[in-house]
Structures are given as structure tokens and as C-alpha cells.
Design a protein around this ligand. Structure first.
Ligand code: ADP
Ligand code: MG
Length: 274
């Protein structure tokens, strides 16, 4: 097994489907036989809750502890704090302590790369590491972008979400120039799409017209479904909760698109080495 592909699932807007995507893309990849580590990088701990740990504040070792350890130059122990989910993914959980850690980052040395150093010890054990980012462009998100190989951006199919993309793309571009030259945007996709309404179609077209030239906009669009909203308290993926539904189908397709692109990029790298 080679080093994991590290993907940040990012959007500074709240409620765009980041956490739902981390969970279901992560479990989707595990169902395809990949070894997957999910990182909850949001002090809200929503991913931790969604994966069946309803009281994140009671978990003794979280991402916060691992990041504090790096900041204090203490050794890390790979595998420490990693929880296992019955559907075959691992999780480094988060809770409210992470808010304090973000504040402490401001005065830390190498403050942009603390999370990257945490992941250094885990990379060789996984095919994919997915980072569930918080809804801001603060230090934690910068840390996620600094640690990532690629970014996936879920966008809600409404006008304001589409508009907020510009600021996010600027931040990604800055991190790419100043901190992490290998960072690339893997793709944008629409989620919570309301069936065949004209508005949803219009937003889809707007995003494809505005960004499709330079950024991949996935063919897959995830529909809005109350079944998807229900899983955030169920501790299981949409593949178990509503396997025949449209959202499961959507995340299955998204998983395939992401895997295909990773393979293509790997092949391209190999070709260039020859
Ligand atoms: P974020 O992490 O970006 O804040 P979430 O993944 O938590 O976004 O999603 C925001 C809310 O929308 C949650 O309550 C979630 O359960 C719900 N949700 C996510 N995806 C869908 C969907 N496809 N259809 C309906 N509701 C969804
Ligand atoms: Mg979230």
C-alpha cells in the first residue's frame, strides 16, 4: 500500500453537505475495498456524532489532543485516538476542545502544518484520508488545505452557495501558492438538489458555465432527501439506511468518479516518471 490520498472536503458555508459527504464517500470507498481514515476537523463534532458517537465531549482522545501533542513537540503514536466504525472506516474524532486548539494554533510554530504532521504517521496505513472541514476559512481549514493533496467542494444548489465559491477558490489558490504546491481541486459537486426544479437546473448550469472550464464539476448530483438528513443521528451510512434510495445511488456514483480520477492521476504520474 502506498501513501494515502488526502482529501479535504471543504466549503466555508455551513450546511452544504460536507459532513454527509465525508461519511458516505468514506464508507463508499471502504465498500470498494479501500482503507479509509476519516478526520473530524470541526469542533462541532458532527462527523463524530454521525458515525455513532453521540457524546463527542466524552471521548478521551480526539484530534485536538493529537494536534496539541505536535505543537508541544511530543512524539505521536500512530493509531492513537483512532476509532473503528462497523462499516469499515476509521475515525479520528473531534469535540469542542478543537476550538481551543484552533485558537492555540495562532501562536504555534509552523502553525499551518500541525494537522499535516499529525497525519504523517497515519498516511502509510490508508488508501484514503478524508478531512471534514468546519464552515470557516480559519486556521483549522488552512491546516486541512495544507495537509491535503486535493479538495472536494460540495455546493448546495442555490444561488448564494454558488456565489460563495469565489472566496473559497481564492483561499485554495493562496494555500497552493504559499504553503502546499501539490494541492489541487479534485472537483465541485452539487448536493441537496431539488429534483427537476428550474432553479436547481439553473444553478447547475451557472456553476458549470462559470467554473466548468477550469475546475471539474462532477456529473453526479446528490438529490435532496429526508432520508439523507435522517442518517446524521443514526450512526450508519446511507448505504445501510436507505440502500435503494437516490442519495445512496448518488454517493455510489460520486465514489466511482473520485476513484476513477485518483487512478487517472496516478497513471499520469507514472507516465511522467517513465
Ligand atoms: P455541512 O457539514 O456542510 O455543514 P451537513 O452534511 O451537515 O453539511 O448537511 C447539512 C444538513 O443537511 C444536515 O442536517 C444533513 O443531515 C442534511 N443533508 C445533507 N445532505 C442532504 C441531502 N442530500 N438531502 C437532504 N438533507 C441533507
Ligand atoms: Mg459539517
Amino acid at each position: 500500500m502506498s501513501n494515502a490520498v488526502i482529501t479535504a472536503v471543504t466549503n466555508q458555508k455551513g450546511g452544504t453537505g460536507k459532513t454527509t459527504t465525508c461519511e458516505n464517500l468514506g464508507i463508499g470507498l471502504a465498500r470498494e475495498g479501500k482503507k479509509v481514515l476519516l478526520i473530524d476537523a470541526d469542533p462541532q463534532g458532527s462527523l463524530t456524532v454521525a458515525l455513532g458517537f453521540p457524546n463527542p465531549d466524552l471521548i478521551s482522545v480526539t484530534l485536538s489532543d493529537l494536534m496539541m501533542r505536535v505543537m508541544q513537540d511530543e512524539p505521536a503514536f500512530p493509531g492513537e485516538g483512532v476509532l473503528h466504525h462497523p462499516e469499515g472506516v476509521d475515525l479520528i474524532p473531534a469535540n469542542i476542545m478543537l476550538a481551543g486548539t484552533e485558537a492555540a494554533l495562532v501562536n504555534a510554530k509552523s502553525r499551518e502544518t500541525v494537522l499535516k504532521q499529525v497525519l504523517e504517521g497515519e498516511k502509510k496505513n490508508y488508501d484514503h484520508i478524508l478531512l471534514d472541514c468546519m464552515p470557516s476559512l480559519g486556521m483549522l481549514t488552512i491546516n486541512a488545505l495544507a495537509a491535503a493533496d486535493q479538495v472536494i467542494i460540495p455546493v448546495q444548489a442555490n444561488y448564494l452557495s454558488a456565489k460563495g465559491l469565489e472566496q473559497l477558490l481564492n483561499t485554495i489558490s493562496k494555500v497552493h501558492q504559499q504553503i502546499n504546491p501539490k494541492l489541487k481541486i479534485e472537483g465541485i459537486f452539487l448536493t441537496m438538489v431539488d429534483g427537476q426544479t428550474n432553479n436547481a437546473k439553473e444553478i447547475s448550469r451557472l456553476i458549470r458555465d462559470t467554473y466548468g472550464g477550469k475546475i471539474r464539476v462532477y456529473d453526479t448530483e446528490i438529490p435532496r432527501s429526508v432520508r439523507a438528513a435522517e442518517i446524521s443521528a443514526e450512526g450508519k451510512s446511507i448505504f445501510l439506511y436507505d440502500p435503494k434510495g437516490k442519495v445512496a445511488e448518488g454517493y455510489r456514483e460520486l465514489t466511482k468518479e473520485v476513484m476513477k480520477n485518483v487512478q487517472k492521476a496516478r497513471k499520469h504520474q507514472l507516465d511522467q516518471l517513465r
